[in-house]
Design a protein around this ligand. Structure first.
Ligand SMILES: [Zn+2]
Length: 268
């Protein structure tokens, strides 16, 4: 069964023979990789369409090496603790599916991945066989009101109003965010005056924080490819001048701290 809704009329979509369709006969074909594009043309007029090929490939190559597997495990633990077996989980901004895959192999969850980047979903749909993927904006999600037990937002932009809308009344939002010291050694290498991340905890009239788990450890990168891949995964890559990037291009090893939080929120 599909949990996606039609981006034209908001009717429920059924999937048959690789086509999603609603009662009003709006149809959306599943791509050869296995995702469906539910992004409306007026939503896709923005210049950059999510993560480009370069960034997606860098992230996939880096994550495949297991540097963030402790985070992947901690996230699955948080999900298991807060979401009953078989629950509906929407991974919003799922990227190439590294965390989606781990969650989809846990507790028989019914997992849906959404990302604005087609390039990312090409990988995700191939990597994760027991989840469904749709191209859509986090700010206009293809789910019915109160249809999900859990929203995951892993290093992704948070559209709190939409998350609130699609979560059941007892649903949870689980966020992964970088903390102060994240990639400190990498940033110190590139920038003369690096700054610390400023984490933001959400406590407003939509969501209430119920738990936070911190994770901090060192990773050792022993080839330039890994170092450049890590840097390309970060938002800094696009804001950094050529001279500063040059500093990294000759490095062959780097030890850097990684520092994350897994935050669990309830609906108010
Ligand atoms: Zn429709």
């Amino acid at each position: 069964m599909s949990y996606f809704i039609c981006p034209v009329c908001s009717g429920k979509l059924d999937v048959r023979d690789n086509t999603y369709s609603c009662l009003n006969r709006h149809c959306f074909d599943v791509s050869k990789e296995g995702y469906v594009n539910l992004l409306m043309s007026q939503q896709s007029s923005s210049k950059r369409h999510g993560d480009d090929k370069l960034m997606v490939r860098a992230r996939r190559d880096f994550l495949e090496k297991g540097f963030y597997s402790p985070l992947q495990k901690l996230l699955c633990k948080a999900v298991s603790k807060n979401v009953a077996c078989g629950g509906v989980i929407a991974d919003i901004g799922c990227g190439e599916g590294y965390y989606t895959k781990a969650v989809s192999l846990t507790n028989n969850y019914n997992v849906f991945g959404v990302d604005i980047s087609k390039e990312a979903l090409k990988y995700a749909a191939k990597l994760v066989k027991n989840a469904s993927f749709a191209v859509a904006s986090a700010f206009s999600l293809p789910f019915e009101d109160e249809s999900c037990d859990c929203v995951l937002s892993v290093f992704a932009p948070s559209a709190y109003e939409e998350f609130y809308r699609i979560l059941k009344s007892d649903g949870v939002l689980i966020k992964v965010v970088p903390l102060e010291d994240h990639l400190w050694d990498l940033k110190s290498t590139v920038y003369d005056e690096p700054y610390k991340n400023k984490p933001e905890i959400r406590n407003d009239d939509l969501f209430r924080l119920v738990s936070v788990e911190e994770l901090k450890y060192n990773i050792t990168l022993d080839c330039n490819n890994d170092i450049m891949n890590l840097f390309k995964m970060t938002p800094y890559y696009y804001k950094t001048g050529r001279e500063e990037i040059q500093k990294l291009s000759f490095m062959t090893d780097l030890e850097t701290i990684v520092h994350f939080a897994v935050e669990v929120y309830e609906k108010r």
